[in-house]
Design a protein around this ligand. Structure first.
Ligand code: GLU
Length: 375
């Protein structure tokens, strides 16, 4: 059995990888990449694929129509292309007995706390069922304000959402160079970046390189790498044509450019929970629940004695003891209205009380930071 260094990986395939630099989606490189992803999943890893190519598939399906550059034309193309892209994935993954799922996201789904929790739970539920999520931006309907805009940054946000160990961005370049290798023959491939900040010269040289087919270029890849490593995810940027690129990266072989994570996923989640204003919503809990939290358990409704203020599912709330000392802060699975109905009750009764169920915890352990230990 192969031993992999990373357990949960986000793999990002760009348009240039899917088309081999042409204007047509080509199944050949794709089937090879898919065989590698299937092997990873069979070896016990969890993989989320972020795939571009919807617009390219749409253009191909409509025989390369001449269209204005405006947004509706692009949205139309991705609406035509997205199901075709998924059909290709579905067929190719079926050869390896893997089921795929389509998840279309926008920036809003990833940054607003309520939808953030929902998107996270959906992706984790798919992984639990051994279904491979294939993510793209919901291009057909997103407006400029709520778009991520490129799948490099989208893949970093997804990596953050699911606490991935590794984000692998496959592209048409062997990695990140000291300057653009297409114009400067002296450009050198950078093996790794371990400094806490990505060097300024790299940002400069990346801003001059552009990718013809996809939306991103090296600059969006660097932005994505920067974002992902700050949230605790290691990043590799490598060429999709490198033999066994996915499997070798997952084993920890040095290919392409490696960016070491600058925080742990736990630190980053804590920062996320503690960021923002002091919560106005409060959940008061009993002594039994306090000991449970101190013993690394989740907060269950049975330990909740009262609810102060109004809050929504996904909001950050303060968890307080009977003397109003703050014990912890976390993202709540239930709104104040819902909690007032289930406070003091057993988790198994949640569904019959509310008529639905967001999980047995009021605040899951992973979404909770202990703040203060009373004497
Ligand atoms: N979401 C776009 C598509 O599927 C791609 C965006 C990108 O290339 O970064 O065509």
């Amino acid at each position: 059995m192969m031993v992999y260094k990373y357990k949960r990986l986000v793999v990002k395939l760009g348009t240039s990888t899917l088309t081999s630099g042409t204007s047509h989606l080509s199944e050949e490189p794709l089937s090879n990449l898919i065989a590698q992803i299937a092997a990873l999943c069979d070896g016990g890893c969890e993989v989320i694929l972020v795939s571009s190519g919807a617009m390219a598939a749409g253009r191909e399906a409509l025989s390369f129509p001449k269209l204005p550059k405006e947004i509706p034309a692009k949205q139309m193309l991705s609406a035509v292309g997205q199901p075709r892209l998924m059909a290709i994935y579905e067929t190719l993954f079926a050869h390896h007995n893997h089921t795929v799922a389509q998840v279309l996201l926008t920036r809003q789904d990833l940054t607003q706390r309520r939808s953030y929790l929902n998107s996270r739970n959906t992706l984790l539920a798919l992984l639990n069922q051994k279904v491979l999520p294939i993510v793209n931006e919901n291009d057909a309907v997103t407006t400029e304000e709520i778009r991520v805009g490129d799948n490099d940054n989208l893949s970093a946000l997804v990596a953050n959402l699911v606490d991935a160990d590794l984000l692998l961005m496959l592209t048409d370049q062997p990695g990140v160079f000291t300057s653009d290798p297409r114009t400067n023959p002296k450009a050198k491939l950078l093996k790794e970046i371990t400094s806490s900040e990505i060097p300024e010269e790299l940002w400069k040289s990346a801003s001059n390189s552009k990718d013809e087919l996809g939306t991103g270029g090296m600059i969006t890849k660097l932005q994505a790498a920067d974002l992902a490593r700050r949230s605790g995810t290691n990043v590799v940027i490598a060429s999709g044509t490198e033999p066994e690129a996915i499997l070798r990266t997952a084993k920890g072989d040095a290919i392409g450019t490696y960016f070491k994570a600058t925080a742990t996923t736990l630190e980053s989640r804590k920062r996320f929970i503690l960021s923002g204003t002091v919560p106005t919503g409060k959940i008061q809990i009993d002594d039994g629940a306090i000991s449970a939290l101190q013993n690394v358990s989740s907060l269950l409704p049975v330990g909740v004695t009262s609810i102060l203020g109004e809050f929504d599912r996904g909001d950050t709330v303060a968890v307080i003891d009977i003397n109003s000392n703050e014990i912890a802060r976390g993202l709540t699975n239930y709104s104040s209205a819902e909690l007032s109905k289930i406070a003091g009750r057993q988790s198994k009764d949640i569904e019959s009380i509310l008529g639905y169920y967001y999980g047995e915890e009021v605040i899951h352990r992973d979404q909770l930071v202990l703040i203060h230990t009373p004497n």
